[in-house]
Ligand binder design. Structure first.
Ligand code: PLP
Length: 385
């Protein structure tokens, strides 16, 4: 029998050789990499609110939400959130990962087809895997490809015995791009599938009041026809947690079957208190949203003018593509030494190495200029010719 620790060492050696070794490090420098897009994690009103809530006790939720872990603030936040995004009901869970993973495991089964964008987040792909459903990948954002797979499924299963589920992010975290939601909704009408839409990276920034990309692109009746919308508190709300918006019976179903909800300690009561407060701020942060989107278009323009290759980003997430893992690490290391917190993203998270530059509303135009200047300098250092 192979020795476990020898096996672990071998794996690590191979990760090192491929320049793919990762380690945790304490953050520092100007934030060009977090998901705190609206700056709420360090918002001064949030801090005052937090300090005024000294009476939140016990600190821990002490049990799962179905046992003793359900505080009044959790039910209240769910109602407020559902109402904010014009949904019928919402379910709060401990993380966005838990939300996607548990949701897909709950609604899919081996006799289902689940159609997934190839680049969907790990929490989605793992949820499909654990459900045992038949996974059908379509090419990134390619809704024509999705259509042809749906048509093929209709040939394979003409009596529609197998449930069809389509799942996609509304804004892809590692590419900064989005599917055409109008076309997606017209496919839903035509083929009648269950739709799961993950708004993790769009919520807080797009649509009126930051309600999400669906509010930018779709009518209210189209929005309300989406079966499940998944959000995380860990990005624009500056906290941690996940929330699923669905019909009232959809929530009842999840409360009864979703293993990652049932068998896990509820979020801290302080999280739902803070989340309610963050939500009350978010709707009126138009100035911050405007600043963020203006910085994003200026950065994209400037990077292109200076000959950098970026993805087809339509958002505040602006990945700069590089040739090798080593190059990505070199760029990120240099920028970090200059006080700019930019991180290299490498396989298997993405297929091509990149710097994932994500902007937030607290940045200023001078920060963007400085980033571009330093990028030009590090490119010269990497390739002196
Ligand atoms: C699209 C998407 N969904 C879900 C998650 C998971 O959310 P959380 O970080 O709250 O677990 C992430 C995390 O990055 C994500 O990018």
């Amino acid at each position: 029998m192979a020795n476990h620790w020898e096996e672990v060492q071998k794996k690590l050696d191979s990760i090192h050789e491929k320049q793919l070794f990762r380690e945790t490090r304490i953050y520092q420098g100007i934030d060009f990499c977090s998901n705190d897009y609206m700056g709420l994690a360090t918002n001064s009103s949030m801090l005052e609110f937090f300090q005024s809530k000294k009476d939140i006790y016990p600190f821990g939720s002490t049990a799962s939400r179905l046992v003793r872990g359900n505080a009044e603030s959790m039910d209240r936040f769910e109602r407020e959130f559902a109402s904010f995004v014009e949904g019928e009901a919402a379910l709060l869970v401990s993380t966005g990962f838990t939300a996607n993973f548990g949701l897909l495991d709950s609604i899919a089964a081996p006799d289902c087809y689940v159609f997934t964008d190839r680049l969907n987040h790990a929490s989605i792909l793992d949820g499909i895997r654990i459900s045992g459903a038949q996974k059908k990948y379509y090419n990134h954002l390619d809704l024509n490809h999705l259509r042809s797979l749906l048509e093929k499924a209709n040939v394979e299963d003409p009596k529609n015995k197998k449930k069809r589920i389509v799942v996609t992010e509304s804004l892809f975290s590692m590419d900064g791009d989005s599917p055409d939601l109008k076309i997606l909704l017209s496919l839903k009408k035509e083929f009648g599938f269950v739709l799961v839409l993950d708004e993790a990276h769009a919520f807080g920034i797009y649509g009126a009041g930051g309600k999400g990309l669906v509010f930018q692109d779709l009518s209210l009746s189209e929005i309300q026809s989406i079966d499940y919308r998944v959000y995380t508190l860990g990005k624009s709300l500056g906290l941690e947690g996940g929330i699923i918006v669905t019909k009232k019976i959809g929530r009842d179903h999840l409360v009864n079957v979703m293993r990652s909800f049932i068998f896990s300690t509820a979020p801290l009561p302080m999280v739902s208190e803070l989340a309610s407060f963050a939500l009350s701020l978010l709707g009126s942060m138009d100035k911050e949203r405007k600043n963020l989107l203006s910085l994003a278009s200026k950065l994209k323009e400037s990077l292109k003018e200076n000959g950098f290759v970026i993805t087809n980003s339509t958002s505040h997430i602006i990945p700069l593509l590089l040739e090798t893992e080593k190059e990505a690490l070199f760029y990120a290391g240099y920028l970090q030494d200059q006080g700019l917190d930019v991180r290299a993203i490498r396989p298997p998270t993405v297929s091509t190495p990149r710097l994932r530059i994500s902007l937030n509303a607290k940045l200023k135009l001078e920060d963007i200029h400085r980033l571009v200047e330093e990028l030009i300098l590090v490119r010269k250092k990497w390739n002196p010719l």
